[in-house]
Design a protein around this ligand. Sequence first.
Ligand SMILES: [Cu+2]
Length: 128
Amino acid sequence: MSRNEIVAVILIILATLGTIFGVFAIEKFRLSKFYTLQLIARAPEHGNWYPQEFTVSYGKEVKLLIRNIETVTHGFAIPDLGVAVSEIKAGEVKALSFRPDKRGTFPFMCTVWCSDRHMEMRGKITVE
Ligand SMILES: [Cu+2]
């Protein structure tokens, strides 16, 4: 390969990496601007909720984006705060918002029987 060809290859690699990182950066910015948090829904044997614990502010609107990256349906509920999404189908993304009116740490959980370990598909939300 000539020197020019090597330079060309390096430039192509840099342009490709730049595009990939750029897309991720935009996605991250978009999420942080419009949503408080992105929650990934997975059965316990595949990683469980991610994050499994998170903190939000009392009285301030919380916008959640729940992403079910699996091939089974999940549900979502925070009973103490009166929040529930009955079904998040495989591959589906659901947005919801609520205003926490209680301080403390509360459990959230999956509400659809999704695996043998469904009962372990739980997490904790803290309102402070
Ligand atoms: Cu589930």
